[in-house]
Design a protein around this ligand. Sequence first.
Ligand code: NAD
Ligand code: IPM
Ligand code: MN
Length: 354
Amino acid sequence: MPRIALIPGDGIGVEVVREARRVLEFIAEAEGADFELVDWDLGADRFLRDGITITDEEFNALDQDHDAVLLGALGDPRVPSNQHAKDILLGMRFKLDLYVNFRPCVLLSPSLSPLASAPALRLEIFRENTEGEYTGMGGAMRVDTPAEVAIEENIATRLGVERIVRAAFEYADTRGRSRVTLVDKANVMRFVGGLWRRVFEEVASEYPHIEADAMYVDAMAMDLVRRPERYQVLVASNLFGDIISDLAAEITGGLGMAPSANIHPGRNALFEPVHGSAPDIAGQEKANPIGAIRCVALMMDHFGLRAAGERIESSVVTCFENGQTTEDLGGSLSTTEAATAIIDHVRSAYAEHG
Ligand code: NAD
Ligand code: IPM
Ligand code: MN
């Protein structure tokens, strides 16, 4: 029986996880799958209340006693240091060694894109999730003086680079994608960039039927707007993957729609929408629940229930085409109403096809 930890977190995270939970409950019933949903109180409220972000016991329990985690978002104006988000979200990515951050940005309908002419787009980003500028290695001295020094190291290991590049090629190979593109800044970052380029070429040579190329990240930002249809699977370091995934999300329907999966293949998985806690709209029932609901689709895929995931995805398309959406997509539904519309279409799909 899969045990799934639900961490609503902060702001709209609470609203969208509440809706994703209803989708999970419906799929469990329709598939006859016995999901145990376990609520976790982690986020700014808990930190402000108890002074604790997350304990080692909690990391262990999330890792060992659960098959998957769904997280809404972390980030709260009352915690300007963002300490709890770093401890909990980056903590899970690092301590659970979830080295693949898979961010599929799939354009479900041409009118969802802000691009003037939107071709079919399926941009699947493999973001390295345990290294780069995110390790916290660095320091500062003479803070708040004119002589302040700050260092934030960029870490790349052969093991770390190779496993994410391999995950990207393996995915392309098994899912029939014909191109993998490395996104880097090897023209400036000679050491880290050089390692990525060499490893990329080595792994690519094992997949001669897959076209492999590389783009500098600045040129990629431009090209994702100019001719995004050229790209399929993208592989990037932690920071570059973070940045291009927001861009890719925006050209395929906006932040409210993009899901992500943080995975250590064969071990654990943490699903989270790409968006944050959106303090500007939190508590107003304006949040688009689709990013979180598509996380459920990714989770079903992860559990081997691919047809359930596809039904969720196609129900999202139907709702968009019917105008059953929240305001960010031009509709007038509340968060709950938008989720209910999606669940109704999923229900019809099960009623029709069994
Ligand atoms: P954000 O994604 O929260 O919001 C950016 C903009 O997109 C806002 O205008 C917001 O209203 C809109 N938006 C985001 N999600 C939406 C949705 N589901 N429906 C409708 N509109 C949506 O990014 P931000 O403002 O840069 O960050 C806010 C906080 O969230 C910060 O504390 C940040 O660190 C945190 N954050 C957390 C995560 C995470 O936990 N995974 C991810 C990104 C940002
Ligand atoms: C994301 C977010 C996080 C990141 C922040 C909130 C730590 O932007 O998941 O994309 O930078 O990875
Ligand atoms: Mn981000």
